[in-house]
Design a protein around this ligand. Structure first.
Ligand code: CP
Length: 317
């Protein structure tokens, strides 16, 4: 694996999940694999789980991890080709990225979308610029449109939890939120579950919250949440803003919040969320604090997903 930007970088999802689960059993199995190697974690946006789980994963592999909060501590970066930099940006990514590539063996980037211009966000200019100019492998810690480390974690959490012999029914449901959020987690989850191909996959959302078909193709879309939830083994709860009329909140119907009553429609489904979660807006306390909730286990598994990815990249250096 050269870079880890999307599921398209992964030749075999099940093999990568198996590797992650093996690290969960034996975190220090490859404790010297990353000896004398350095990983840089660049944050253009906030994080709790991604930042810390990636640091722990790197440490388990013997790497030194250095975090740089570019948004707060760095020069404002310019990404536009040919920009006349007479405004607020101070340093072009063409100049900064190759330098970072000399300091680090692997570079990880987190960047969020603007949610103002869909074409700009979906062009993935920030992530692609680092891939183009850094000269070292790049790991996405979430980009403008995707969150692959989260999705790998989600598949491995489903695989380690599901014991029945039938195909799991997985439902991705939109949930209300107070702010317009990126589509990254939902896009990425859909992309990974569709590529994995070992689930009956349903996406449910109110009208106007259609995601890009490039990620959802292969899933069943149902705008009736109660209908979609029937017999679900896993319910993945996530808010996203509109894709078509980009970055908007059209309705915030509280009836879309997942509650105990809705779990009764499912096959006693396990409930997932990437976190952070707005309690009693996206998900009720009764669900989050119940035995159905996988959110803590899921967030814990971020370490093993990150460790498997870093290990794969280290093996190719
Ligand atoms: N799920 C997730 O990416 O969490 P953070 O934003 O805290 O990293």
């Amino acid at each position: 694996m050269k870079n880890f930007i999307s599921v398209n970088d992964v030749p075999d999802i099940n093999a990568l999940v198996a590797k992650a689960l093996a690290y969960k059993q034996n975190p220090f199995a490859d404790r010297t694999l990353g000896a004398d190697k350095r990983i840089g974690l660049l944050f253009l946006n906030p994080s709790l789980r991604t930042r810390l789980s990636t640091q722990v994963a790197a440490k388990n592999l013997g790497m030194e991890a250095i975090v740089f909060n570019v948004d707060k501590e760095g020069w404002a970066l310019e990404f536009e080709e040919g920009a006349i930099m007479s405004g607020n940006t101070v340093e072009h990514v063409k100049d900064a990225a190759p330098i970072l590539g000399q300091y680090f063996d692997i570079l990880c980037i987190r960047t969020f979308p603007s949610l103002k211009n869909r074409e700009d966000d979906y062009s993935e200019l920030v992530m692609n610029s680092f891939v183009q100019y850094a000269g070292v492998p790049i790991i996405s810690l979430e980009s403008a449109t995707l969150h692959p480390l989260q999705s790998l974690t989600d598949i491995l959490t489903i695989k380690e939890t599901f014991a029945a012999s039938h195909k799991p029914k997985i439902v991705l449901t939109w949930a209300p939120h107070v702010k317009p959020l990126p589509q990254c987690v939902a896009n990425s989850f859909a992309q990974w579950v569709n590529s994995w191909g070992e689930a009956d996959f349903v996406i449910t959302h109110p009208e106007h919250y259609e995601l890009s078909e490039q990620y959802t193709k292969g899933a069943t879309i149902n705008t009736n949440q109660n209908d979609a939830l029937k017999d679900a083994d896993f319910v993945y709860v996530k808010n996203w803003s509109t894709y078509n009329d980009y970055g908007k909140i059209y309705s915030n119907d509280p009836a879309w919040m997942l509650t105990e009553d809705k779990i009764k429609l499912t096959n006693n489904a396990k409930v997932m969320h990437c976190l952070p979660v707005r309690r009693n807006v996206e998900l009720s306390d009764e669900i989050l604090d119940s035995a159905n909730s996988l959110v803590t286990k899921q967030a814990g598994n971020r370490v093993w997903a990150a460790q498997a990815v870093i290990s794969e990249i280290l093996s190719g250096l």
